[in-house]
Design a protein around this ligand. Structure first.
Ligand SMILES: [Zn+2]
Length: 275
């Protein structure tokens, strides 16, 4: 989503979430591109939709509206194509104590507020992504249990620092902890590209308890400066081959993160459905 919005003219430093209200046609067009590429789950444009992150842009008082509208836009495209909608939660934007001042109750409250908007807009599942801190993940799971007890919960962390999260969490420990905390699916997203993702996924597979689904959504490689912008260096064919290897080791849900365009998703989809 972020990749397509930047291509559509969203400027660096501006919140993509504002477009749910002010440029909904661009959000709808991005969802439609992924739906037509064969995606089976659409992710709402709400990665930065918590109170602290919206407050940075003076949008905190429109939190419910931003999140509800985002879910409604994704819902309408998903219904046209028979797809699911994942309500997207990113990091809160604050650090838990003792590194920061946020309490677990604060974090749960931030996520619960965001989820009330997403649920009102009609999501099918909760997707918590790009987390580094297991405490923040626990707060998101507790918020989902509070606000949307019937919806499945997917939690993915970003292992971008020597195969650990920024807070030092290892893939296998994330799987064990988050499965026990009540996530239905656990995995990794973002990171440093397909090769590292496959190492991370193998560690997750080794730690998987019975019944837990595993998820991997890699960036399309690493960003390279090309002229006045960034391009990611994994091609659609690279991501398709990567998806095939992930499926081969037992990953259940495969997608893409930064730099993954509808072209990448189409290649992943055709690879996985032909296998
Ligand atoms: Zn990413």
């Amino acid at each position: 989503m972020g990749t397509l919005l930047q291509d559509s003219g969203l400027e660096d430093g501006n919140p993509g979430e504002l477009w749910n209200l002010e440029n909904p046609d661009a959000i709808r067009a991005a969802h439609t591109s992924y739906a037509e590429a064969g995606a089976r789950i659409l992710t709402t444009n709400t990665f930065g939709g918590t109170r602290p992150r919206l407050d940075m842009h003076g949008l905190g008082d429109r939190l419910h509206e931003v999140n509800q509208r985002a879910a409604e836009i994704a819902r309408s495209v998903a219904d046209e194509h028979g797809l699911l909608v994942a309500g997207d939660l990113g990091p809160t934007g604050e650090l838990l104590a003792p590194l920061g001042t946020m309490t677990p109750e604060d974090a749960q409250g931030f996520y619960a507020d965001q989820l009330r908007g997403l649920v009102a807009g009609g999501i099918d599942l909760v997707l918590v992504e790009t987390l580094s801190d297991l405490g923040e993940a626990d707060a998101a799971i507790a918020a989902a249990r509070e606000v949307a007890p019937d919806l499945p919960i997917v939690v993915t962390m970003s292992f971008d620092t020597n195969l650990r999260t920024m807070m030092g969490v290892r893939p296998g420990d994330a799987v064990t902890h988050l499965a026990a905390a009540g996530a239905d699916a656990v995995g990794a997203n973002c990171g440093r590209g397909p090769e590292e993702m496959e190492v991370i996924a193998a560690e997750m597979v080794a730690a998987r308890p019975d019944g837990l689904l595993l998820v991997a959504q890699s960036n399309a490689g690493l960003p390279q400066v090309v002229g006045d912008h960034f391009e990611y260096d994994a091609t659609a064919d690279d991501m398709a081959a990567h998806a095939s290897r992930l499926a081969g080791i037992g990953v259940d849900l495969v997608g893409g993160c930064c730099g993954s365009t509808p072209t990448h998703i189409a290649a992943i989809g055709s690879e996985l459905t032909s296998a």
